[in-house]
Design a protein around this ligand. Structure first.
Ligand code: RNT
Ligand code: ZN
Length: 418
């Protein structure tokens, strides 16, 4: 492999001809936070009760050996993955990953005290934190309804969980000096055609009135609400649909979470960013890869991933769009999944930072669509790989394929003993 300085010299030269400042692109990429989800490490299991089944219309398939079974194993695995991923990172926790010292704590009783060790761990590892209340994998979600339940006791139980999640997230932000995004996703829906969708949606709307009644400090906590098209076993109606949550986010001044797997396969989330941001304060992204459906495959460096990163930069939305990952694959090495998906997200951010946006937007504004297309195609074969390798080296993580051997070694040394 070429040394980083030599590679950069070539890249500066080539990209310079398009008016692109490679060094600025490296800096911008390094400063863009990417939130990596804890749940890739253990197939969305969590530590509330060992071996609890994943429910709620989401599935992790595969039983590749070496899954993290304890908080310490999950932390160790992520510490290792972290060394393979360049850039500024956050870690996204779900409520079921609490550290209650082996004690059973009900979801309507969780508080910041159950995440103290996570905050310390994040601080030691230079990570920000995000949070997610968990409205699935629980006896009180077993009939398919949580915040939209007709059973007032059940609904109130989940409302209390939601209220507490905001306090936990606010504590993350305050303690770590970096805003935490608290993401609400509920699985609620019907397998077969309902005849009263309205009642459930009224219940859900009422629940958010109650959950969001008290303000949190915006510097520390930002709430986000996530819609979905359908879930497995909940194919006919999702209570928290896109229209529901667009309205909800607008009314309560929340972020809208756009999960790339939560729309019809012919829709593009890249196109939804600038639309949503006309009326909504901010977007939280759940970058995933749907294969025919919301399959949550590991993110690859494909056109839509690049388009999403480019849209953020083209629109100047860096401060309003929060990038998070959401995939879970148990069929291959789980740490490799983290590394592949997150490295690809970083690549896409770097790709976008290297786009000659001003030039392309000038062509478009002048009506020169011929040049726009011609240049969009030309830049696809610029020496991006040289800049990517240099970025990794500057960030102190392995460039090229070097990380694969390191990951295999970790598998041998650590994972194979589990
Ligand atoms: C489910 C949603 C949700 C979950 C996580 C685990 O379809 O995408 O974001 O994946 O909360
Ligand atoms: Zn999601």
């Amino acid at each position: 492999m070429m040394n980083a300085e030599r590679a950069l010299e070539i890249a500066r030269n080539v990209y310079g001809k398009y008016g692109v400042d490679v060094d600025l692109a490296l800096k911008q990429t390094a400063e863009t936070p990417v939130s990596i989800h804890c749940w890739q490490g253990d197939d969305v299991g969590g530590f509330e009760n060992a071996g609890g089944d994943l429910t709620g219309g989401i599935q992790s398939t595969g039983n590749y050996p070496g899954k993290a079974r304890t908080i310490d194993e999950l932390r160790g695995d992520f510490e290792f993955a972290n060394k393979l991923i360049p850039g500024k990172k956050k870690f996204s926790l779900h409520a079921i990953y609490l550290d209650a010292g082996g004690k059973k704590v009900e979801r309507n009783e969780i508080g910041p005290e159950h995440f103290t060790s996570w905050i310390e761990w994040a601080r030691e590892n230079g990570l920000g934190l995000d949070f997610n209340p968990t409205f699935f994998s629980h006896p009180l979600s077993a009939d398919g309804f949580t915040l939209s339940s007709d059973d007032e006791g059940v609904r109130r139980f989940w409302v209390e969980h939601g209220i507490r999640s905001r306090q936990i997230s606010e504590t993350f932000g305050r303690e770590l000096g970096m805003t935490s995004v608290n993401n609400f996703w509920v699985p609620d829906g019907f397998k077969d055609i309902p005849v009263n969708r309205t009642k459930k949606r009224e219940n859900l709307a009422k629940s958010y009135e109650e959950i969001f009644a008290l303000p949190t400090d915006d510097r520390f906590n930002l709430d986000a609400v996530e819609s979905k098209l359908f879930g497995v076993g909940l194919e006919s109606c999702t209570i928290g649909s896109h229209e529901f949550y667009l309205g909800c986010a607008m009314k309560h001044h929340k972020l809208i979470t756009l999960d790339t797997g939560h729309f019809h396969p012919t829709e593009f989330v890249s196109d939804k960013i600038s639309s949503s941001l006309q009326y909504i304060d901010g977007v939280m992204l759940h970058v995933s890869r749907p294969v025919r459906w919301d399959s949550d495959h590991v993110v690859i460096f494909d056109d839509e991933l690049k388009a999403i990163a480019c849209e953020i930069r083209r629109g100047g939305f860096e401060k309003r769009v929060h990038i998070g990952l959401d995939f879970f694959d148990g069929s291959i090495n789980r740490i490799a999944c983290w590394a592949i998906g997150a490295r690809n997200m970083e690549k896409a951010i770097l790709w976008a930072a290297l786009e000659p946006v001003a030039m392309l937007q000038k062509f478009e504004a002048e009506g020169d669509f011929t040049s726009r297309l011609a240049y969009l195609e030309e830049i696809k074969t610029l020496p991006f790989g040289l800049v990517w390798d240099a970025y990794c080296e500057k960030q102190g993580v392995p460039a090229g394929d070097k990380w694969i051997a390191e990951m295999k070694q970790y598998e041998k040394d650590v994972l194979s003993d589990r």
